[in-house]
Design a protein around this ligand. Structure first.
Ligand code: IMP
Length: 193
């Protein structure tokens, strides 16, 4: 079964492909000729995931899914949250976002944070939502070269390494996106598509 994944992020594509059964073939936006940026203008993670999947469905009428993720930091009242991609401005610059987060966390003793992913699947025209959360903490410097985005500063609960120090398999097994994709996979299996 083919599913369009509404992202241009190669890291996300490989993370999701590693978790979904090989019976599901992920079709990229490039492969279906969609080259423009997909709007993400909702004030919530759920709203953005849904906006992205509907955008693709309206253009292709094919089964598709989109994810949206936010890093919610307790000491920053849940920021950057839904603005995680544009925290330091509209350029979607991972390094600038990380530098700003480190600066805003200076002197904070409460380091708790969580990643939250919502996946919106549109299957035969009907929408289904799946959520994945991982709790952890923000450290005061960047460590590791794996993953992407805020990974070098995020240490999940029960570990002493950042996501950027883990192998892709280790991250996938416990990550927000990994957990949301497992729920998506379980749903697909339950309806035996
Ligand atoms: P998106 O809108 O789902 O692409 O995610 C928003 C932002 O959250 C991205 O630009 C990244 O900075 C960050 N992000 C999303 N997923 C991850 C992850 O797995 N690790 C680290 N940062 C992430």
């Amino acid at each position: 079964m083919e599913l369009i994944f509404a992202t241009n992020n190669a890291h996300k594509i490989s993370e999701v492909a590693a978790t979904l059964d090989s019976r599901y073939h992920i079709v990229t936006l490039k492969e279906c000729g969609i080259t423009e940026d997909i709007p993400e203008t909702h004030p919530t993670i759920e709203g953005n995931a849904s906006q992205k999947s509907h955008y693709i469905y309206e253009r292709t009428h094919r089964n598709c899914f989109a994810d949206d993720t936010g890093l919610e930091v307790m000491a920053l009242d849940g920021a950057p949250g839904v603005r995680s991609a544009r925290y330091a401005g509209d350029r979607h610059d991972f390094d600038a976002n990380n530098r700003l987060l480190l600066k805003n966390m200076e002197g904070k003793t409460d380091r708790r944070a969580r990643f939250r992913t919502v996946i919106s699947l549109i299957l035969d025209g009907e929408e289904h939502l799946f959520e994945g959360v991982v709790e952890g903490r923000i450290i005061d410097h960047e460590v590791g070269t794996g993953g992407f985005g805020y990974d070098p500063m995020f240490v999940p609960d029960g570990y002493d390494r950042t996501f950027a120090e883990m192998t892709a398999d280790e991250k996938n097994a416990i990550s927000h996106r990994g957990r949301a994709v497992k729920k998506l996979a379980a749903y697909l299996q339950s309806i035996e598509k």
